[in-house]
Design a protein around this ligand. Structure first.
Ligand SMILES: [Mg+2]
Length: 178
């Protein structure tokens, strides 16, 4: 079995990392908490006059490298590998790729080891990537192909409006994936 794991908000905690980085840059404006997040696009949850500030925060040098791991994610990856699953990371880099692309590799090297970087697939179109399962917090994944993989939604507050889908966290991954 091939399992494709999205990186942000499945392995790397983009949401928490953003709140930390935002507080450092704009201490006078509290960041949105998890329960205030309604849209997959973080920027769209902030008022239009703050969109530039949101983008400059996650496009800054060091942002992606310093994201904390999602709770249980690193243990989950090891558990999948131990269960004989072929695990790949399938991640769509930002259009502003300047720091993001390199730092995504640096994050994987730091948390999963350099050899795991061989298992990184960077694509803005995940339907082109083959696999049995894609675990992704994005509730709507579109592209030029009809994918062979089954989409398992990684549960996040902003994707809970989507019903009738297979859903997991690193607490229940065994029941969902194995
Ligand atoms: Mg994601």
């Amino acid at each position: 079995m091939i399992v494709l794991l999205d990186q942000d908000n499945v392995l790397a905690d983009f949401e928490e990392g953003f709140r930390v980085a935002w507080r450092e840059r704009f201490p006078e404006i509290p960041p949105l908490g998890p329960q205030q997040r309604k849209s997959f696009s973080l920027k769209l949850d902030y008022p239009p006059e703050q969109h530039e500030m949101v983008q400059s925060t996650y496009c800054s040098r060091g942002f992606f490298r310093n994201l904390p791991p999602v709770l249980g994610a690193l243990e989950g990856v090891r558990g999948l590998i131990d269960a004989g699953v072929e695990v790949f990371i399938c991640t769509a880099p930002l259009r502003h790729f300047e720091h993001c692309v390199l730092e995504k590799f640096e994050w994987v090297e730091q948390h999963l080891g350099r050899r795991f970087c061989e298992r990184m697939i960077l694509s803005r179109d995940k339907t082109l990537v083959d696999g049995d399962v894609l675990v992704d917090d994005n509730p709507r994944i579109h592209g030029v192909r009809t994918p062979r993989w089954r989409h398992v939604v990684y549960d996040q507050p902003f994707n809970r409006q989507l019903n009738g889908v297979s859903r997991m966290t690193w607490e229940n991954w065994r029941e969902v994936l194995l």
